[in-house]
Ligand binder design. Structure first.
Ligand SMILES: Cc1cc2nc3c(=O)[nH]c(=O)nc-3n(C[C@H](O)[C@H](O)[C@H](O)COP(=O)(O)OP(=O)(O)OC[C@H]3O[C@@H](n4cnc5c(N)ncnc54)[C@H](O)[C@@H]3O)c2cc1C
Length: 478
């Protein structure tokens, strides 16, 4: 899309702005660089765009505000073992990420899923197999009917413009909670759907546009893909960690990547684009913004982004999540025929999985999601640890009282990111401005998991967005 007349007029003020930013860079001892493509953000989207463009012969410069790469994926150590304290799982239909793992020599291992899962609801603890918890027959029938309706509506969406689908605007006018209340009379079936939403989207069902929730289901291949372990999004993890792939991509980029520099201003003209960060500036032919929509709102962009892009940047916040891992001497629950997978509608941690290690260390991984994360975020880490251990005792008895290690990451407090897993629009936003998410603006191209129409919200979506944006740039003439 070429700059429109309004932007062309504001091009007149570029000289003034350029003067002041040159002074800024000089004042801060910053260096200037000239490249084909500047990329902001070294999460999987930015790293994929950068490595793809480099292989296509383009000179790139990547700038990342944090002192690490990987964005919403992050390394941590649990009882001496490397683990992921951000994004972790990969599913069999997430082919772009699986291919990346192969390219960088990071193999996958299947998520442990043998034995019985546990389901806790209204004070009752029951064992079950598979991904859908056991409800009484009448409640199960309502849950199954609601899930089928969701699948059918999701599959019928227009993949290019979900809001233009039949009933698109009506579905966008309500939250998923309003839809559940209108369509699912059984409280137990509603509580199960609310739990699925909290765990899959990491927001309350009242905070998400139902149309957006459906689009997410469509773009991921169905509800079973989103909620499933074997064959679904929780099918496997990467040996040594998903974050390891990001670090290997960064190593390939070498000094094309600079970390610890936050981009604060972008100035676009007819001839080039200038990216001003706290360590200097980059002049480029094209720019990739590989950051979540809410991070766009924190950069001074001149001329301003189109109204719909600004609207979505202001109204598509990240969800709320605190992720934890807890280690035991051994996975003692396995000896009792339990998989370690828990679904619990009654407690602050709604979902837990086994993350035990090959050398015999027992480990559980789980999340505080949505409003539970908000409440967990104001606790200290030791208070969160106590909450998690109390819950584990409920499922596994006194043996769970003595872990050998506990770590967690409050993503709401994560420097420069401020939430996870992904950005979620409330009612009304997606149908009004969803089209702006990946619409280039002059020399600016938008990547990031939120811009993907396949597996948005996941690392798969981030990787695909990086590939798409690289193709857009290779096709662009100047
Ligand atoms: C706890 C948690 C668990 C998750 N679990 C999974 C999972 O199991 N499987 C899965 O597939 N996905 C999972 N996800 C989601 C997944 O991690 C994200 O979808 C994906 O990592 C997003 O990648 P991205 O490149 O689009 O954005 P990001 O990873 O957010 O990268 C954007 C980067 O831009 C940088 N940046 C922002 N603004 C600026 C600026 N002004 N200047 C310079 N740099 C800037 C940020 O610091 C960041 O590094 C999880 C996420 C979380 C938080």
């Amino acid at each position: 899309m070429d700059l429109d007349r309004r932007q062309a007029i504001s091009t007149g003020i570029f000289a003034t702005l350029a003067g002041s930013t040159a002074t800024y860079a000089a004042r801060n001892g910053g260096a200037s660089r000239k490249v084909d493509v500047a990329i902001v953000g070294a999460g999987f989207a930015g790293l994929t765009a950068a490595t793809t463009l480099t292989r296509a012969g383009q000179d790139v410069a990547v700038v990342e505000q944090l002192g690490r790469v990987g964005g919403r994926t992050k390394a941590a150590i649990l009882a001496g073992h490397p683990v992921d304290i951000g994004g972790q799982w990969v599913g069999p239909t997430q082919t772009a990420l699986l291919e990346l793992g192969r390219r960088y020599g990071v193999p996958t291992e299947l998520q442990y899923a043998s034995g019985n899962n546990l389901f806790v609801h209204a004070g009752n603890l029951r064992k079950f197999e598979g991904d859908v918890p056991p409800l009484a027959d009448a409640e199960m029938a309502q849950l199954a009917a609601a899930m089928e309706k969701i699948e059918t509506q999701a599959a019928s969406l227009n993949p290019y413009a979900p809001w233009a689908s039949v009933n698109g605007e009506q579905l966008d006018a309500v939250s998923s909670r309003q839809w559940f209340e209108a369509n699912v009379p059984s409280p137990a079936a509603r509580a199960t759907l609310e739990l699925f939403w909290r765990v899959v989207y990491s927001v309350e069902a009242s905070e998400i546009s139902h149309l957006y929730a459906l689009e997410y289901v469509r773009a991921s291949g169905g509800l079973a893909q989103l909620t499933g372990t074997r064959g679904g999004a929780q099918d496997a993890t990467f040996k040594g960690g998903l974050h390891l792939i990001a670090r290997k991509m960064a190593a390939e980029l070498g000094d094309r990547l600079t970390s610890n520099v936050k981009v604060i201003r972008i100035i676009q003209s007819d001839n080039d684009i200038r990216v001003i960060h706290r360590g200097g500036e980059i002049t480029a032919r094209r720019l990739v913004l590989a950051i979540p929509p809410s991070a766009l709102a924190r950069i001074d962009i001149s001329p301003p982004l189109p109204a719909n892009a600004r609207y979505i940047a202001d109204r598509m916040p990240l969800g709320s999540v605190v992720k934890f891992l807890v280690a035991y001497k051994s996975p003692f629950w396995r000896e009792r025929g339990l998989s370690g997978q828990i679904i619990d509608t009654d407690s602050p941690v709604k979902v837990i999985f086994d993350k035990s290690m090959d050398d015999g260390l027992g480990a559980l991984v789980g999340f505080f999601n949505g409003s539970d994360a908000g409440r967990a975020s104001i606790l200290s880490q030791s208070e969160r640890r106590n909450l998690v251990i109390e819950q584990a005792k409920k499922y596994f008895g006194p043996e769970a009282a003595n872990p050998i290690d506990y770590i967690d990451n409050d993503w709401l407090a994560e420097d420069g990111i401020g939430g996870g897993y992904t950005s979620i629009p409330g009612p009304g936003v997606f149908s009004r401005a969803g089209g702006a998410l990946r619409q280039p603006f002059g020399r600016i191209h938008f990547a990031g998991t939120e811009t993907s129409d396949v597996w948005p919200g996941y690392v798969e979506g981030a990787v695909r967005s990086g590939q798409r944006v690289a193709a857009e740039i290779v096709r662009s003439k100047r």
